[in-house]
Design a protein around this ligand. Sequence first.
Ligand code: PA5
Length: 425
Amino acid sequence: MLKIKKTFLKDSSYGSFDEYMASSKNLKALDNVQRSLSDIPTKYKNDLGWISIDKWASNQRLDELEKFAHEVQNKADVLVVVGVGGSNQGARAVIEAFRKQGLACDIVYAGINLSADYYNNLLKELADKEVYINVIAKNFETLEPGLGFRILKPFLEKKYGDQYQKHIIMTGTLGSPLEKLSKDQGYPFLIFPTDIGGRYSVFSDVGLFPLAVAGFNIKKLVNGARKMCKQLSTEENNDNLAYQYAAFRNYFLTQGYKLEVLGHFEPQLDLFGRWWTQLFAESEGKENKGLYPVALSYSEDLHSVGQYVQQGQKDLVETFIVIDTANSSLKVAPSEVKDGFDYLNGKDVWDINKVSEDSTMQAHYEVGVPVFEIHLDELSLETFGELFYFFEFSVYISGLILEVNPFNQPGVEAYKKLMFKGLGK
Ligand code: PA5
């Protein structure tokens, strides 16, 4: 269950913030987003496949994915997810959050960089294992997954001979060259919806298949998203949680703030921070607009970027993801060694972390950082589902308030032109 708490600069901020939230221009953005759920044609109708969860994550599709995932799970030691950006971040955030609880099939990543060293080590790691790969690419034009495929295909051919095709699962759009290639070569094919961009794709085959192979209950994740979808589609005006968050970000942007930190005190959320960074950077960072998104992992980052947040330029807002119920308990035993830490005797590590979290928010707030708290009662697959959907819905509203297209990323083309020229494409 997701809840929100706002701690702003000073009481006077609330007045002008309330006015900002009540402005008809901003409320229209919320209205437009909610109307998108009723199939009312909107400007972005070709990018909204994610907004009604059941379109690409119906119970029937989840059953089909689970069935296929079990087949792979039963045979594979490891699934290599080959994809970059939105093609892997959603699944990766969940897998890395819960990896330590054990995966039904190990998952490793390729197609995320262009490092020879990374690939050489990966090939060594895969040498003695039963390997399947899932190449995920909307159009299969991106260099990183293309290179990943070029490196892993000969590896699989050498390992499995004329049976190698069964070890390559492709996820691409229907009608794309990737689908044709898969048909020609006999690779199993999953669907990357044409009406969903990478960073919004976690609740489709893109994110759900690798998660199912890893052994996660994808129904729980999707149920969390469904719950959040229902809530955000019915909550009106200032009661709407996503609207509150979108308005918070944009209000402070209009007040001259430049950055948004997403902070959390659970390392389980580290990869979620990466997903969030991509979602907001690619959706809003265009036309010289938008808050620069920075994800921090506290308490570790209190010993690095925390210094800047406290005493650097006063141009950042901070959003915290707070987990309210202990997911783990560990008491600090008294010690006969005089180490100076007796004040920890008998305390639970969970509570120590909470004191650090509360103190950090207070200290940042006191020097003028506007703080926005997103509370989850626990960290589970269901609340992960809520969180993904909450931020997707929020960035859509936020993009409309900002008057940018939250579904394109034209800026990533500039370096590609130079790079492809350099590579002779
Ligand atoms: O969110 C997006 O659309 C992008 O970040 C893409 O996911 C990323 O660029 C990878 O694209 P593709 O799936 O076409 O390889």
